[in-house]
Design a protein around this ligand. Structure first.
Ligand code: AMP
Length: 113
């Protein structure tokens, strides 16, 4: 089993502002938000990074994206938001448990830094 900070949040060993959970994932607000709305959607399965996905997990990823679209409605950002996955440390990944950032509530620039 993974022993990173997100595993501890999933296992309720440390607190987080959880906005949704089901049998496959947990969503909670980012502790260092980069937009007025910034939450993370995290699979319970301890996959370290996007690049580690296998064909077996394709259904899981579809589920996570359904959760993202429903939470975007719930958080009132459905009109425009950004979904980000940092895969690998050179892309800025700091927690090695797969997570989807969802950011909204302000205009987004392109390209990202
Ligand atoms: P990344 O750099 O893509 O791996 O993203 C990790 C994210 O996790 C960052 O945006 C952090 O602010 C966030 N984060 C780290 N620890 C916590 C925590 N305990 N609760 C909520 N978000 C966290």
């Amino acid at each position: 089993m993974s022993d990173n900070i997100f595993a501890k949040i999933i296992n309720k060993e440390i607190p987080a502002d959880i906005i949704y959970e089901d049998d496959q994932c947990v969503a909670f607000r980012d502790v260092n938000p980069q937009a007025p709305v910034h939450f993370l959607v995290v699979p319970r399965k301890p996959i370290a990074k996007l690049q580690d996905l296998t064909a077996e997990e394709e259904g899981l990823i579809g589920h996570l994206h359904g959760v993202i679209t429903r939470l975007a409605e719930q958080e009132k950002i459905a009109e425009g938001y950004r979904v980000v996955v940092n895969s690998g440390s050179s892309a800025g990944q700091s927690v090695f448990h797969l997570h989807f950032h969802v950011l909204g509530g302000r205009p987004m620039r392109w390209p990202p830094g």
